[in-house]
Design a protein around this ligand. Structure first.
Ligand code: 3HC
Ligand code: NAI
Length: 654
């Protein structure tokens, strides 16, 4: 027997239909069928003059049921259910109680009127899933709010709150504290009217060629391998030039085609992987420790970024530096980050000031006593980090969690012999820490489970994606990065140019290729790691990167690395000096198709990923893909190296 997923309550001739399909009232097949039945019943019932449609719980509707997208579509289809509402003689009023997303927004658009609670939100996030709105969103939205605003919402996933929706014409009215009472009054008001508005009836003027080409160019620039935003634009445009019905036909056809695409499969996979990663099975039932005041040791690139991320999440921060001058520099870095965030509209001046005031600078680590967590981000030097942790263990009580942000050192070595081993952990942030979504959480042999759970809770509060990684050199991400760079260097030795390799990886969807990325980050960090390993007697062969660093080419910061840079410019220019330096190291110039380069390098990443899985460093292929997507710029529509490799979506040219 199918569960009842909606309720109908009649009040004074108005039917109140409440969708109740936890957790997000997704419009799965059973709910579509029940909604279709209730629409027909309301139409037939002589005692009913109007209907209100609302959602139970926090949300109106979170969209179509994404779990159905791996199967063929099953009737009744959502566009038909919505068309039945729009065609009804009695008015339907969407009482939007919370987020109305995707198919949920489309359902509200198909109603004759919309009344929004203060917590309502409207969004068409389908393109983020590699599809386009498939139930009339591309046709009804522009007819309600205008073409430019609709293009923005559909192609960039911009969402509107209740007040914006009212101003834009997406909502007819804002409700007070009692949404249903206000919706009932509204329904009584409109139920006597002879005709009710339907979005499809509205006329729409074509905004002209210049508008479409500018929108197309903007979309192409941001697409990074996701075909959906451009497809949505084309469908929207078609509905304007050829009319509503033709637009609806093309929308359906495009929706069904994209639903089956590799990109949509990859984006769905990541959607579910991100949600699963936030709640690892191993931590079920383990409560995190409370976090209020967090210490950061070292206010350099990482420390300042971590402090900003913590303050942005409402935590109080104590930032420790070695002296007044470095502390002043650290605070300047923090100010710079907050000012940039104001410029980008992430928060206003007042919020930036409050966040700045939440950060206290100190030069004596004794001031870290009483913190719930301290994150160390000093120079990547084992002796220094050991000193810092020895001092932290002295000044902080056993209840303080002590974390290192080391990239390549062994965290066990950093804390060896110190008391209270259960409270040590590695929390590996990515640069810039206030922006990058990834946090690798690396428990050590003796780390307590509630300490690990606190790491995951911290990630949630910072809005980051947490992945648990085992302890090995480079953890998950940097270990794959080393192999990726080594793979790129092996191609270079075979005669492929850095520019050819970078262009291939950009073509694949990375914002930057491996050589450009090193020039931006600096070649010296990895060089120092190799030199340290060599000093310890490990066999680390000389790399092309070593040759460049020894010649003083550390990247953009020294005016040149793999490429030359004109003063003040970030545009990579092919370098004669690099060609000369590397000539003895290379086999002579040759070319390779871009698809082959990308297939080979993604293959290298996946091979390393399989070793990481076999060693238990990562728990699942999904965790590896999340690391690559959120920490290393792997293009989201490709899913990640493990996804690509399992699905066979990166193919060499035939
Ligand atoms: N279909 C199926 N399951 C969904 C879902 C959906 N549309 N949206 C969320 N879920 C599931 C999640 O996987 C999660 O499941 P789990 O508990 O088993 O892990 C659970 O619902 C709760 O989700 P969140 O953890 O994300 O809950 P939040 O409260 O943080 O966020 C939300 C709620 C804002 C609705 C968020 O889940 C979200 O953004 N969902 C996707 C929205 C979306 O993309 N909608 C468009 C779908 S495509 C579509 O509608 C096509 C149409 O045009 C025809
Ligand atoms: P950085 O050189 O920018 O900053 C280090 C800061 O630590 C300096 O401000 C220095 O004054 C301070 N410092 C040194 N000794 C200190 C002490 N005893 N007490 C307090 N402060 C002290 O270095 P960065 O790049 O911020 O790196 C820090 C750590 O983060 C390193 O372990 C690095 O491997 C790691 N990391 C770096 C990433 C990056 O991309 N830069 C990414 C992820 C991790």
């Amino acid at each position: 027997m199918t569960a009842t997923l909606l309720t109908r309550q009649d009040r004074d001739g108005i039917a109140v239909v409440t969708l109740d399909n936890p957790p997000v009232n997704a419009l799965g097949r059973a709910l579509r069928r029940q909604l279709g039945e209730v629409i027909a019943e309301v139409g037939r019932d002589p005692a009913i003059r109007a209907a209100i449609l609302t959602g139970a719980g926090r949300l109106f509707v979170g969209g179509a049921d994404i779990t159905e997208f791996d199967r063929p579509p099953e009737a009744p289809h959502l566009p038909d259910v919505i068309a039945a509402i729009e065609a009804a003689a009695k008015p339907w009023i969407a009482a939007v109680n919370g987020p109305a997303l995707g198919g949920g927004a489309e359902l509200a658009l198909g109603c004759h009127y919309r009344i929004a609670a203060s917590g309502a939100r409207f969004g068409l996030p389908e393109t983020a899933l590699g599809i386009i709105p498939g139930a009339g969103g591309t046709q009804r939205l522009p007819r309600l709010i205008g073409v430019a605003a609709a293009v923005e919402m559909i192609t960039t996933n911009r969402q509107m709150d209740a007040a914006e929706a009212l101003a834009a014409g997406l909502a007819d009215r804002l409700a007070g504290a009692d949404l249903i009472a206000d919706a009932l009054a509204f329904a009584q008001e409109v139920s006597g009217k002879a005709r009710h508005p339907g979005a499809r009836q509205k006329d729409l003027a074509d905004p002209g060629e210049a508008f479409w080409s500018a929108a197309g160019a903007r979309i192409a620039k941001a697409a990074r391998g996701n075909p959906a935003p451009a497809a949505a634009l084309a469908v929207l445009r078609h509905g304007i030039s050829a009319g509503f019905e033709a637009g609806m036909r093309l929308e359906r056809e495009t929706f069904l085609k994209l639903r089956n695409s590799d990109e949509a499969a990859a984006l769905r996979y990541l959607f579910f992987a991100e949600r699963a990663a936030a709640r690892p099975a191993a931590l079920r039932g383990i409560a995190p420790r409370p976090l209020g005041r967090v210490g950061v040791v070292g206010g350099g690139t990482m420390g300042a970024g971590i402090a900003a991320a913590l303050a942005n999440a409402g935590l109080r921060v104590v930032l420790s530096e070695t002296g007044e001058a470095p502390l002043a520099r650290a605070m300047d870095r923090l100010d710079g980050i907050l000012a940039t965030q104001v410029k980008r509209g992430l928060h206003d001046e007042a919020a930036a000031r409050a966040r700045r005031e939440a950060v206290t600078g100190i030069t004596d680590p004794a001031g870290l006593a009483g913190c719930d967590l301290v994150i160390e981000a000093v120079f990547e030097d084992l002796t220094l980090k050991r000193e810092v942790f020895a001092r932290l263990a002295e000044v902080c009580g056993r209840e303080t969690i002590l974390a290192t942000n080391t990239s390549y050192l062994d965290p066990e070595e950093i804390v060896r012999g110190l008391p209270g081993q259960e409270r040590f952990i590695a929390l590996h942030f990515f640069s810039p820490a206030q922006v990058m979504k990834l946090l690798e959480i690396v428990p050590l042999t003796a780390t307590g489970p509630e300490v690990v759970a606190t790491g995951f809770d911290l990630a949630r509060r910072l809005g980051k994606v947490a992945v648990r990684a085992g302890n090995c050199e480079g953890f998950i991400g940097n270990r794959i990065l080393l192999r990726y760079r080594a793979g790129a260097e092996a191609m270079l030795r075979d005669g492929i140019s850095p520019a050819g390799i970078d262009a291939a990886m950009r073509g694949f969807g990375f914002a930057m290729g491996p050589f450009e990325m090193q020039d931006m980050a600096g070649l010296d960090v990895a060089f120092r790691a190799r030199e340290t390993a060599r000093a310890l007697g490990r066999d680390v062969p000389e790399t092309a990167g070593d040759i460049l660093v020894r010649a003083g080419r550390l990247g953009q910061k020294t005016g040149g690395g793999w490429y030359d840079y004109a003063p003040g410019s970030r545009e990579p220019l092919p370098s004669q000096q690099v060609a000369a330096l590397l000539a003895p190291y290379r086999k002579g110039a040759r070319e390779m198709p871009a698809a082959d380069i990308a297939a080979a390098l993604v293959g290298v990443m996946a091979d390393e990923g399989r070793k990481i899985l076999a060693e238990g460093i990562a728990a699942t292929p999904e965790d590896i893909d999340l690391v690559e997507v959120h920490g290393y710029g792997f293009p989201r529509p490709k899913g990640g190296p493990m996804f690509c490799s399992a699905r066979g979506t990166v193919r060499p040219e035939r």
